[in-house]
Design a protein around this ligand. Structure first.
Ligand code: F0G
Length: 490
């Protein structure tokens, strides 16, 4: 198994020898945070159905729910927003974005969509029907929901190493090439409208794929005449890790690495909430034929073709943000902070997904809450417990985030993770150290965490608004222990 080479990112060495990431930006605008007492946090949990999505941020200290729309924006992005052109059709803002997409992603046709899942809706609407099968490295919740809404199914083709929490494999997001061939042979080319590759595979811990692997997927797509769709929402970070971990690209620029990935793909779509530290989304391609297949769907679902449901101010921010994705000193910040947190926790024996990936630190609830059966949602329980004792809001990425099968049965997740997102340039190192500290305490008191059960379960994407309750009085007992150990501390 290959080992990860030493980091070559713009890291500044400390004379003391301490290995800490240094912020290469300064804070110019700040927002006040609220660290409310634990008694209020318990009330907030009850009010929000023990679901961190349903908390009001007045009760949240560090919001580590997601990086989606929460990356810090640059001064240049904010400035560009002031120059937006509000035209319904033919907005200059759109043409500036189109140029940025062509320069950064190398695709000349752009279809704007209000966010990533809107792009997924359009692609699924155009290509997926009953009987369709979409092979992919791994699903993302919204991608799966759209494919199944249109009657399709998915098959996930990661190598088994990807499911090992503790690993040194640099590219756990790689597609299993042998299995991909088998699946195509078994199901028939006509039932497979496209293959989906997700950059920095979100749900298995933000793990990247290598360009060598993407080339192999491309060769198979060519061989069978199947389109290759790239979910580029986390492409910048995938490119950064390719530079770090794939020797062929060690001396290449971010721009070259990103283009190497998009050139191999027929269709590239993205959530601009992640990719360009803005809001919005889009689909791009160099094929006029593909563009024409999607074109009528944008005005139907999104808005006119030069705004696609996105505010023009955000379109300006997207254009600038896309270019900033090529700046290694910007893109390295989140992965370096994540690596710092992952290594600190791993060093204390707290189970986290390794190697450190992107988007956030992924804590293994299956091990920490080994006493909670999957039927009682260990990752959801850990997310609730961690909020209770720290005010830090993470996201459940486990069985609650999974959808029931077509017969209504639970489908338990391969991994039960608590994701602690580290959006770009948002948190300071002392805040990260607070997370490490409180998680260490919770790990030592993990036997006090109990399970959850649904009291309200929406039929689609249930994790967003679902309501749960604790199966016992464990939150009270956890709070009592916290107060015993921390006294008056918030
Ligand atoms: N694809 C990936 C890989 C994503 O991570 C997301 C969103 C989407 C598509 C959908 O994009 O939110 O703009 O509609 N991920 C967010 C997250 C929600 O928290 O991981 P969207």
């Amino acid at each position: 198994m290959s080992q990860i080479p030493m980091s070559q990112s713009p890291q500044v060495k400390f004379y003391s020898g301490e290995n800490i990431p240094l912020e290469l930006h300064k804070v110019r605008v700040v927002q006040k945070l609220h660290l409310v007492p634990i008694e209020r946090r318990l009330e907030a949990l009850h009010e929000g159905g023990f679901n961190t999505f349903r908390l009001n941020t007045v009760d949240v200290f560090l919001d580590m729910l997601t990086d989606s729309g929460t990356n810090a924006m640059s001064d240049k992005q904010m400035a560009a927003m002031m120059m937006a052109d509000d035209a319904y059709a033919g907005s200059q803002s759109f043409y500036r974005l189109k140029t940025a997409v062509e320069e950064v992603l190398g695709k000349k046709y752009l279809l704007p969509a209000h966010q990533g899942r809107a792009a997924e809706n359009i692609i699924s609407n155009a290509y997926v029907k009953k009987g369709s099968l979409i092979p992919m490295n791994y699903h993302f919740t919204t991608a799966l929901a759209h494919i199944t809404q249109y009657g399709g199914k998915i098959v996930e083709l990661l190598y088994s190493e990807a499911y090992n929490i503790k690993s040194t494999h640099p590219f756990k997001g790689n597609m299993n090439i042998e299995k991909l061939k088998e699946v195509i042979e078994q199901h028939g080319v006509k039932n497979i409208p496209y293959i989906r590759m997700e950059a920095s595979t979100n749900l298995i811990g933000g793990q990247p794929f290598s360009i060598a692997n993407l080339r192999e997927v491309r060769a198979i797509a060519d061989h069978y005449g199947i389109k290759l769709v790239l979910d580029a929402s986390l492409l910048g970070e995938n490119a950064y890790l390719v530079k770090q971990r794939e020797p062929e690209f060690a001396d290449k620029s971010m721009a070259e690495i990103i283009l190497a990935m998009t050139e191999l793909s027929d269709i590239v779509y993205f959530s601009a909430r992640k990719l360009s530290s803005s809001r919005g989304g889009g689909i791009c391609t160099n094929s006029l034929e593909i563009y024409r297949e999607f074109e009528p769907l944008v005005p139907l679902f999104e808005g006119f073709l030069t705004y696609g449901g996105i505010s023009v101010r955000e379109i300006e921010a997207m254009a600038v943000g896309l270019h900033e994705t090529l700046d290694e000193s910007m893109i390295c910040q989140s992965p370096q902070f994540i690596e710092y947190l992952v290594n600190a926790l791993d060093g204390k024996g707290i189970p986290v997904v390794t190697p450190a990936g992107v988007l956030g630190c992924h804590v293994d609830a299956m091990q920490i809450c080994a006493h909670i059966p999957q039927t009682q949602y260990p990752a959801g329980s850990l997310a609730a417990a961690f909020y209770l004792i720290s005010g830090v809001r993470g996201m459940e990425r486990g069985s609650i985030s999974n959808q029931r099968d077509e017969y209504g049965n639970e489908t338990y997740a391969d991994m039960e993770l608590l994701r602690l997102a580290v959006p770009r340039r948002v948190f300071t190192l002392s805040q990260i150290k607070y997370v490490e500290d409180r998680l260490t305490w919770l790990y030592e008191n993990r036997s006090l965490i109990g399970g959850l059960r649904f009291v309200y379960e929406p039929p689609v994407l249930r994790f967003f608004m679902g309501g749960l309750e604790p199966v016992s009085d464990w939150p009270q007992r956890l709070m009592a222990k916290f107060k015993k150990d921390f006294g008056d501390s918030l």
